[in-house]
Design a protein around this ligand. Structure first.
Ligand SMILES: Cc1cc2nc3c(=O)[nH]c(=O)nc-3n(C[C@H](O)[C@H](O)[C@H](O)COP(=O)(O)OP(=O)(O)OC[C@H]3O[C@@H](n4cnc5c(N)ncnc54)[C@H](O)[C@@H]3O)c2cc1C
Length: 376
């Protein structure tokens, strides 16, 4: 009988360690350094001085870059164990960086490992895995994101080089990255799943301009980290093609599947935190002659949130299990279901938590508005 909801004791001990470590050492960083992209800023000496010893401790515990196999410096635990770890790390904006498994670097590392040449791995993958640099995934365009058939950014061959022209939008952390992985049309005469390719583009490449830096709602205009980029005659050598010519779509699918489920795993943590805050508020706040917790509507809000969270968590773990088992078709279906539910569950539970916190919930002294922004 293989169905089992227990965690093996050795790994449970590691999770307990991670839970305590994140609470004591990492969550305080969220309060001290609140800027959303701060954990990605490898050039800031203060962040480096604080996080280097924490990363070293994570390595000692064998929990560094857990999304990767041992050949790439990870523990090769698989997706179910990664889900259990991410249920802890997702509580903190800093924790994924301290544990070496933050998006988009985790997905970028995976495709470099799968499709990169030895030289590409040496130059780009190694420092990425060591946490020395961060990277960017540059795919979405101003006129279309959900449908790659709308992409117009083009690359053409010129001798031993490729020349890239076009625009990209919401290329997260391009301003902090050492390199970008750009998905670009190399053959417009065939369907996009055969006509797109991926290129490794150094951030300092001539002709690459960050036109604007949109942020998320609530962040001051022009100070975000989701770059609007113009590529104007950006030249990269032939060796910077990642995988084969025309393989861009295939590579993107490999990457986005992992990215989606990892976001979902961390969302379990965010939503659990919102539920815990709701419970705390219900017990501590008095109105109409008694604590909020005694009101039946409040009890229902908490019960509905608990049920939604637990259902979502099981769906995420089931999707992760399909990936571990190599059930490709089922994994695709369940990752798609998880993607839809991630936004819905987070939206519903954070909305209830916000409501119960009244004015305090809407204030910038609480994390609830940031959670609300992150739902989509
Ligand atoms: C915080 C954040 C970070 C991001 N980081 C990156 C990044 O690092 N790199 C990157 O390349 N991109 C990034 N993106 C962009 C993201 O990948 C796109 O937003 C996403 O692919 C959707 O594209 P779009 O925004 O252009 O929406 P659109 O394509 O304009 O879609 C608009 C609406 O149409 C709906 N729609 C789509 N198809 C159909 C259909 N057949 N029928 C009915 N409705 C449909 C969509 O669901 C959506 O509701 C990021 C986005 C966010 C919010």
């Amino acid at each position: 009988m293989a169905w089992d909801f227990e965690t093996e004791p050795d790994y449970k001990a590691k999770l307990d360690w991670a839970d305590d470590f994140v609470r004591r050492e990492v969550e305080p960083l969220d309060l001290a350094f609140r800027e959303s992209a701060a954990p990605y800023d490898r050039r800031n000496p203060i962040y480096k001085r604080i996080t280097d010893p924490l990363k070293a401790e994570v390595r000692r515990q064998g929990l560094w870059a857990c999304h990767l196999g041992p050949d790439l410096g990870g523990a090769g635990y698989g997706q179910v164990k990664l889900a259990l770890l991410n249920e802890i790390l997702g509580r903190s904006n800093w924790a994924p960086n301290v544990f070496g498994c933050q998006a988009p670097d985790s997905g970028n590392a995976e495709i470099l490992a799968h499709y990169g040449t030895e030289e590409q791995k040496r130059r780009y993958l190694r420092p990425l895995l060591d946490g020395e640099i961060v990277s960017c995934f540059s795919m979405t365009e101003p006129q279309g994101g959900a449908d790659p058939r709308e992409f117009r950014c083009r690359a053409v061959r010129d001798g031993d080089q490729w020349v890239i022209n076009g625009e990209k939008y919401f290329s997260s952390h391009a301003d902090l990255a050492e390199f970008l992985i750009a998905m670009v049309i190399t053959n417009p005469d065939v369907p996009v799943h055969q006509g797109a390719s991926m290129f490794l583009v150094p951030r300092e490449a001539e002709g690459l301009t960050i036109v604007r830096s949109p942020g998320l709602g609530g962040e001051p205009l022009g100070h975000g980290h989701h770059a609007y980029i113009r590529y104007e005659d950006v030249r990269v050598p032939r060796e910077n093609l990642l995988g084969g010519e025309g393989q861009g779509f295939l590579i993107a699918q490999t990457r986005l599947g992992g990215g989606r489920i990892h976001h979902a795993m961390r969302t379990v943590a965010v939503v659990r935190r919102a539920l815990q805050m709701m419970c705390e508020r219900a017990l501590s706040r008095r109105t109409q002659g008694g604590p909020l917790a005694e009101k039946q509507l409040v009890q229902q809000a908490i019960a509905d949130s608990f049920i939604q969270l637990e259902q979502f968590r099981l769906l995420v773990l089931y999707a992760a299990w399909h990936i571990d088992k190599g059930h490709k078709s089922e994994a695709r279906t369940y990752i798609a279901a998880v993607k839809v539910q991630t936004a819905e569950v987070m939206h519903d539970i954070v909305r209830r938590a916000l409501h119960l916190h009244g004015a305090l919930g809407c204030s910038n002294e609480m994390p609830l508005i940031n959670m609300w922004m992150a739902c989509r």
